[in-house]
Ligand binder design. Structure first.
Ligand code: CMP
Length: 139
């Protein structure tokens, strides 16, 4: 079924000027952009966005990193959007990411891993709503 996922170009990739190349890979893989925004997370907003990870040892660093520079948030539409997007981005740790994936090409580390991708339809909706109002999504 056609559904949606949520992604962010993270501060490392935005700062390196890789937003265009990443967006091109996303569109070339058949995803349609239905919302897009250049913004910046405060440490507090990053803490809220990643609160499912608040017990993890990397949580504090992750929130500092995600608020260290601008990010580009997008909602993407495609058949099987969540699982196909996770294939396109590759493993969380770029050392394990397959050839041809976004993280293989652009990620620097397990933390500064270039892009985010939602892990379920439910989280895609929650994460998309964190950044975008209904009016900011095209249909
Ligand atoms: P993402 O999948 O977007 O959401 C959780 C993020 O936490 C993940 O990307 C990485 O940026 C970060 N992360 C996950 N695992 C680790 C780890 N072991 N060490 C540091 N950062 C991590």
């Amino acid at each position: 079924a056609t559904n949606r996922t949520f992604t962010m170009v993270k501060p490392d990739a935005f700062g390196d000027g890789n937003t265009g190349a990443i967006t091109q890979m996303i569109e070339a893989a058949g995803f349609k952009i239905v919302a897009m925004k250049l913004t910046r997370l405060s440490a507090e907003a990053a803490g809220k966005f990643y609160k499912v990870h608040n017990e993890r040892p990397f949580y504090k660093d992750l929130c500092a990193y995600m608020s260290s520079g601008p990010i580009v948030a997008m909602i993407l539409e495609k058949d099987n959007a969540v699982s196909d997007f996770r294939k396109l981005i590759g493993a969380t740790n770029p050392a394990n990411a397959e050839e041809g994936t976004i993280r293989k090409r652009f990620a620097k580390s397990i933390e500064a891993n270039a892009v985010h991708g939602s892990d379920s339809d439910e989280n895609a909706e929650i994460e998309g709503s964190f950044f975008f109002s209904g009016l900011e999504r095209v249909s």
